[in-house]
Design a protein around this ligand. Structure first.
Ligand code: GDD
Ligand code: MG
Length: 337
């Protein structure tokens, strides 16, 4: 069947201070399971555990193995791929594709981000695209809800069942361009892909020859990673290739990219507050996301539509609508260290 690559190497800087480099959002639990665990459970719809590869790093390896154990499986050690450093998604996917080819030969591979909310039923759509994956780099498109600048935009052209050929793929456009794409009926890139190994290697060789050359030259993974550029699959391949197809995802999909998206996703009390871990004292306060640890009393009076995240060494307060800007704080913090 289909093999799976789960990408679990990013740090989710827009959820600071909840997610840190050491504990990124895919491992945070919202309810019983984490987004990473849900991703693994979704992969079981198309792959068995020996066919699932996780590309991660040394710091997150124990979360990967531990959280898979928690849901009752044990992943073969050779399927946990450790990157010496994050070089963004193109090298990470290449690493996974190479190991899959080594173990199984030419294969059709689903690429999954570990930080999305998605119904398990969506995997039927993923499988349905299998027949396209030898001829096309298959993307999965979602109907946009706003001119969000953090996503890839996909313009579909003629039909190729069960999807469409793609005439344009544009990663993270400006706000104005995103508005134009929405008017033209473009879809958002969900960040999941279905690639045949053979076609993927061909397209990387053509459009990102320097990345291809680093892997081709071989050597240890440290040597390969010292050689490759930092580049995402979206900028490196999807924007450039003329062999891209898109299949529409009908299921509800969300990239929990910021606190506002998390707020939208979680269960609210009767006045629309999302409360996590410990109950704050609330007077006339609604529409808030409040995360606090027990052991400290948090109280709000006349507070509306705010995000309040209180951890032991950091406190974030911002209007929900400014959640997208949390990454600016994180990059300032990085500059200070
Ligand atoms: N192993 C590894 N190494 N994983 C990585 C690395 C890395 O260096 N960098 C990112 N990832 C993982 C992240 O953890 C996430 O699961 C996934 O790859 C996507 O990376 P993001 O950094 O979250 O990408 P994005 O959100 O900016 O954009 C992508 O996803 C959007 C949808 O959520 C693009 O594919 C967009 O086109 C798309 O719309
Ligand atoms: Mg993302």
């Amino acid at each position: 069947g289909i093999k799976s690559i789960i990408l679990a190497g990013g740090s989710g800087t827009r959820l600071w201070p909840l997610s840190r480099e050491m504990y990124p959002k895919q491992f945070l639990k919202f309810g019983e399971t984490s987004l990473f665990q849900e991703t693994v459970l979704r992969c079981f719809e198309v792959s068995d555990i020996s066919e699932i590869f996780v590309v991660t790093n040394e710091a997150q390896k124990f979360f990967v193995i531990g959280q898979i154990k928690e849901i009752g499986y044990s992943i073969p050690p050779e399927n946990v791929l450790i990157e010496p450093e994050g070089k963004n998604t193109l090298p990470a996917i290449f690493f996974g594709m190479k190991e899959i080819e080594k173990k199984f030969g030419n294969s059709i591979v689903g690429i999954f981000s570990s930080d999305h909310v998605l119904d398990r039923a969506a995997m039927v759509t993923i499988s349905s695209a299998e027949k396209l994956a030898s001829d096309y780099l298959v993307t999965f498109g979602v109907v946009p809800t706003s001119p969000h600048t953090g996503y890839g935009y996909i313009k579909a052209s003629e039909s190729c069942e069960p999807g469409y050929r793609v005439s344009e793929f544009r990663e993270k456009p400006s706000f104005e361009t995103a508005q134009k794409y929405i008017e033209e009926g473009c879809l958002w890139n969900s960040g999941m892909f279905l690639f045949e190994t053979r076609l993927f290697f061909e397209e990387v060789k053509k459009h990102a020859p320097s990345v291809f050359a680093c892997f081709e030259k071989g050597g240890s993974i440290n040597e390969i990673y010292a050689c490759v550029d930092k580049v995402s699959i979206d900028y490196g391949i999807m924007e450039k290739s003329d062999r891209v197809a898109v299949v529409k995802l009908e299921q509800k999909w969300s990239d929990l990219g910021n606190f506002e998206a998390i707020y939208d996703e979680l269960e609210k009390d009767s006045v629309g507050n999302v409360i996590h871990e410990c109950d704050p004292m609330l007077l006339n306060s609604d529409g808030n996301l409040v995360y606090s640890k027990c052991g400290k009393i948090v109280s709000l009076i006349d507070v509306k539509d705010m995000v309040i995240v209180d951890t032991s060494d950091a406190l974030l307060i911002c209007p929900k609508s400014s959640s997208q800007r949390v990454k600016e704080i994180v990059s300032d913090l990085k500059g200070r260290n």
